[in-house]
Design a protein around this ligand. Sequence first.
Ligand code: 3PG
Ligand code: MG
Length: 426
Amino acid sequence: MPSEAEAQLLLGFAPSDISTSLDANGLGDVMTAFRTLDDIGEVHGKRVLVRVDLNVPMADGQVSDDTRLRATLPTVTELADKGAVVLLLAHFGRPKGRPSSEFSLSHVVPAYEAVLGRAVRFIDWEAEDAAAGLQPGDVAILENSRFFGGEEKNDPAVVERFARLGDLYVSDAFSAAHRAHASTEGLAHRLPSFAGRAMEAELKALERALGAPERPVAAVVGGAKVSTKLEVLRHLVAKVDHLIIGGGMANTFLAARGVAVGKSLAEHDLAGTALEILDAAERAGCTVHLPYDVVVAKEFAANPPSLRTCNVHEVAADEMILDVGPAAVEALADVLKTCRTLVWNGPLGAFETPPFDAATVALARTAAALTQSGQLVSVAGGGDTVAALNHAGVGDDFSFVSTAGGAFLEWMEGKELPGVKALERT
Ligand code: 3PG
Ligand code: MG
């Protein structure tokens, strides 16, 4: 007999069902809890401090991935086109409260001008008066907010210093919203505050994925260590119908269940915790999927001679598990086909080293195809995840890919993010 989920699938869904039922579920309503740019009123001639995330990776002095820069464009162009003076406030790296040329946001200005397609002024903390000379429609990047020690302490004096520069505050940095800093949290209480368009898109997508999702819901959680994602797993088992565990984390669970994992990366001291999570999943009616075939090798290298695929119970003492096997991937693809919603964090294998990217690539492509055919709402985020999806060539085919790392994980843990909370209507 088919499960309820399978029966639903057999009945079939028209792709259009998803968008209508999403609205019917009130998913558009999440934003009624927050003030957005729709509530900001007249901005012409006003100075708008926009907290963005310009914390982009650099290689040889150049921005090597401008995703976060592009994410700011809807808000920045909307405000500038309406004649606001747009002052971008952001951190860059971790300069520990001291000015340093290495962490100057001036390094990001040329790349930002390129994505914005307009001239962008740069304003140093020594020369804040320059902000007074800006005209309606001008865009400027303020120097690194973390050059002030009080930024990370949410020091009222730093909040005040930032607040002097603006009439209004827009928060568009979901990826920094897990930090209760002066620029991400304090300012929201000091100036009239609004969620920007990127923040709005993040909040809507996350609500769609875990807040009020279409069921069944699957979560893919991969990555090296269970210890960094314990709270994520604990929260998810109570929320989702299928929990797919991959990466080194899966080895910890397999070992806890008594499977010999050879010299695989595994946290054997967390066996008790892993079993507790499996128990909690069972009580909540969440099916946990662990690989039953795996790709193993005696050494961790690209295409090693000792590479083989085997049943999970046949891993030799001198072998390590480096990816989920093809049979398991096929079974996982079948699980996704029964689901309406997917949230994905972390790769299934050691995806940076071929061929241990195979499971991640195959399952990501299945999720992308289901999304494109309208059967699945797919939301991904966190650390290596975006790189893994881009590697699979499907970064643009998910419903939503978050630009956030740590903030995405904290959201998956069910935590309230201070920079989001501060934007709630009161
Ligand atoms: C990030 O890059 O994850 C965000 O910009 C936050 O940076 P942080 O981890 O240094 O606070
Ligand atoms: Mg971080």
